[in-house]
Design a protein around this ligand. Structure first.
Ligand code: SAM
Length: 261
């Protein structure tokens, strides 16, 4: 187990797609899961995703960013055939344990999105990539490759549901007037510590004063939508925020629903 996050001497130079596996160290994951407890997250999110998938007649779902399993477990509880993938083995083992606690034996597969078809089999009615995960890809060719892999694993009328933080607000308001997000009231504060067109370095501070970071690529909303249509999705609908407690005039998150047919 890695004891601490490693960003080296110049953290803002860390802009590699593959670095995500170094950032989700177990202590960060544990803390996040214990503070953002699932019940609170469930209350703030409501049935948005389950309703959206049911309305479209979805039966099988591939969760490509399982993380600690929040959405996979909700999907299983709602009766969807769910396969749970993630590139981080640590995340998947936590997800599996979380699933067991809720009475589900999750089908987990370790797979990086860039080579998804190599490691995950089958075709799905829907792919979900949630919790601001797509932002971990730093090179445009990686984003295109990942979306193409998602596209290929969907049935002919399948949908991709992908969310992202509202980076337009962060980029446009500039570094000085950056947003500060409060999860679960005052328990965890999340703020961009450094921002430029190619990096948003987020700082997470917990009540015990411990601090963690994630380096992310600041995806503009229209850019993400364009990439989706570029790889072949016929229609992309984007929803505004529906979840998370935050203070500020702008939505915190966007949810894109991309249709293959
Ligand atoms: N969806 C979960 C949630 O909402 O709690 C987890 C979100 S977490 C911010 C992002 C997840 O994406 C991590 O579990 C990470 O390992 C995974 N991830 C990031 N880049 C990836 C890649 N290239 N391939 C596969 N998984 C990746």
């Amino acid at each position: 187990m890695r004891p601490a996050q490693e960003f080296g001497d110049n953290p803002v130079a860390v802009r590699q797609t593959g670095h995500y596996t170094e950032e989700y160290v177990p202590s960060f994951v544990e803390k996040w899961d214990s503070l953002i407890d699932w019940q609170k997250r469930e209350e703030s999110e409501g049935n948005f995703f389950v309703d959206l998938l049911r309305k479209r007649g979805v039966k099988s779902v591939l969760d490509v960013a399982t993380g600690t399993g929040f959405h996979s477990v909700r999907l299983l509880a709602a009766g969807f055939e769910t396969v749970s993938a993630d590139g981080s083995a640590e995340m998947l083992s936590k997800a599996f344990a979380n699933g067991m606690q809720d009475g589900h034996v999750m089908r987990v597969v370790q797979a990086d999105w860039r080579w998804l078809n190599r490691d995950v089999h089958g075709e799905y009615d829907a792919i979900v990539c949630l919790g601001n995960s797509f932002t971990h890809l730093f090179a445009e060719r990686d984003r295109r490759k990942a979306l193409a892999e998602f596209y290929a694993m969907l049935k002919h009328d399948g949908i991709l549901v992908l969310d992202q933080r509202n980076y337009d607000a962060i980029l446009d308001d500039g570094y000085t007037s950056k947003h500060k997000y409060y999860y679960c009231g005052e328990d965890v504060t999340v703020e961009p510590e450094y921002v430029d067109d190619g990096l948003c370095r987020m700082r997470y501070q917990f009540p015990d004063e411990s601090v963690y970071h994630l380096n992310m690529f600041p995806l503009r909303k229209e850019y993400t939508r364009r990439l989706m249509t570029d790889v072949g999705f016929q229609r992309v609908d984007t929803y505004g925020d529906f979840q998370h407690t935050y203070r500020g005039a702008q939505p915190d998150f966007f949810v894109h629903v991309a249709e293959k047919e």
